[in-house]
Write a protein that binds this ligand. Structure first.
Ligand code: ZN
Ligand code: ZN
Length: 145
């Protein structure tokens, strides 16, 4: 009888955990998006943005631009000390920054909620790290988890 009781408590605990987990999944919809960055100059980069089911509370990947070495890299928005992956400079800007886009369009193609803030990319034309023109386009190509 005692064994049965312990098993019952164990099973209730397990179901409690999985239930709260599925609520969290629905609330934050933590499925990352694969975004392709592409420019007419030939620059391409496939980026895994957002977070996964297990990592979304600590990981929110977003593209950044390094002003020092003029490169695009993906960094965790939630990381405390962010720096360029290539040259370690901290003179970096996230790609939602107004100066990195041409404001031709406001149509959201990627949105990732972090607390009350949304990391957003639109189908605008962005600053290309290779040619320096506002001709970089972001396109969703899939999902990751
Ligand atoms: Zn750099
Ligand atoms: Zn380019």
């Amino acid at each position: 009888m005692k064994k049965f009781f312990i098993l019952l408590v164990f099973m209730l605990t397990i179901s409690g955990i999985s239930e709260s987990h599925s609520i969290a999944v629905n609330k934050y919809n933590p499925m990352g998006t694969i975004i392709e960055a592409k420019c007419i100059c030939g620059f391409t980069n496939e980026m895994f943005l957002g977070g996964g089911k297990l990592s979304f509370q600590t990981y929110a990947a977003f593209p950044y631009y390094c002003k020092s070495c003029k490169s695009l890299f993906v960094e965790n928005f939630l990381a405390e000390n962010k720096s360029c992956k290539k040259c370690s400079s901290t003179d970096i800007l996230p790609y939602y920054d107004d100066t990195l886009r041409s404001h031709a369009s406001n149509k959201e193609i990627f949105g990732w909620n972090v607390d009350k803030f949304t990391l957003k990319l639109t189908d605008d034309k962005y600053l290309c790290p290779k040619c320096g023109e506002y001709s970089l386009i972001f396109t969703p190509v899939g999902y990751w988890d």
